[in-house]
Design a binder for this molecule. Structure first.
Ligand SMILES: [Zn+2]
Length: 337
């Protein structure tokens, strides 16, 4: 539990309020409350690595339960799990000796390492905490009690996000596709709006979507709202006999497509494959248009995505190794189920 292991030097430096928070988390009710707090990482001396929500992906012990089970450093603060050297932060093995891992755990560790790679504590800055369901007003005792007494259903959205994340990471697709899609879930791809917001100059000062050339390029527009990408989604939905629908957010749309695939009896680990292929296909074509002067032809993009689905159907567990692209296209769900 959360309070365990909070002792020694760190324990003595915690404020009274922070100590109460950490102690509270040692019970089930406390876990429900602390699970809804987000910790903004400063120097990491008051933020538990595995047990609190300080990373975008959620609480790490929930995102990586198998790694957490074998970790020897449960209940440790973040600043205890790495070292500063020449102003740069290096993570330790977070209590998981690499030579003791099974193949499955090794893949989990690679994923965790990727997630940690872009994250580091901030020296000379205090850790802070906020109530993630009311960013404007922060935490209040009332919402805390509402949460503890079950009057506030705040866990559902988090559960769904965790589910999307788990299905993504267990999908039978190449590792770089998982990493790419995870960035898509978090709106971390270098779309034009993101580059501009970071002060990065665009080569021709054109911030418009490369597909429709009308709207500003944002991740949500390019992948889900653009008239061109909508046509691609509709084509793929029609190919599979799925009902076309509008997306709310990347990860929620991913879950919607997984749900359609499940109804069509698509195999586990292949359920997310179609969504992943569409998003990847749109992104590659977007890059081709920007960097190579490629063309925007809906049918071409659709066929590239079908090809990707066919290729990835051979990744991991394979049901029909002799299925050619022509046969696959005629009845994709048969070969994916
Ligand atoms: Zn567009």
């Amino acid at each position: 539990m959360l309070g365990k292991g909070v002792e020694g030097r760190n324990r003595r430096t915690l404020s009274t309020w922070w100590k109460d928070l950490v102690d509270l988390a040692s019970g089930d009710l406390g876990s429900a409350l602390v699970g809804n707090l987000s910790f903004q990482l400063g120097c990491g001396d008051n933020t538990l690595f595995w047990e609190t929500r300080w990373h975008d992906v959620g609480i790490l012990k929930e995102a990586f339960p198998n790694l957490y089970a074998v970790s020897t450093v449960k209940g440790k603060m973040i600043n205890e799990l790495g070292v500063w050297s020449n102003n740069s932060w290096a993570w330790s093995d977070v209590g998981i000796p690499a030579d003791s891992l099974s193949v499955a755990l090794d893949e989990d560790l690679q994923q965790l390492t990727l997630l940690l790679g872009s994250t580091a504590p901030v020296e000379d800055k205090a850790d802070s905490v906020f109530w993630q369901h009311d960013l404007a007003n922060g935490y209040s005792v009332k919402v805390g009690y509402d949460c503890l007494e079950g009057r506030l259903d705040v866990s559902r959205i988090d559960d769904d996000y965790s589910r999307a994340f788990h299905i993504l990471w267990s999908s039978d697709v190449p590792f770089n596709i998982k990493a790419f899609s995870w960035k898509c879930f978090l709106n971390r791809l270098p779309t034009k709006d993101m580059l501009l917001s970071r002060g990065i100059h665009l080569s021709n000062s054109d911030s418009s979507c490369v597909f429709c050339a009308v709207e500003e390029e944002t991740l949500f527009h390019s992948f889900f709202a653009c008239t061109i990408s909508r046509l691609v989604w509709d084509n793929i939905a029609q190919w599979l006999g799925f009902q076309s629908h509008l997306a709310v957010s990347p990860w929620q749309d991913f879950l919607d497509w997984v749900s359609l695939a499940r109804k069509a009896k698509v195999k586990r680990k292949k359920e997310g494959l179609i969504w992943l292929a569409v998003v990847r296909g749109l992104w590659l074509r977007r890059n081709d248009i920007i960097f190579n002067g490629g063309t925007c032809i809906v049918n071409d993009i659709t066929w590239e995505i079908k090809l990707k689905v066919w290729r990835w159907s051979f990744f991991g567990e394979i049901a029909y190794s002799k299925c050619n692209f022509y046969d696959f296209c005629k009845n994709p769900l048969f070969y994916l189920s």
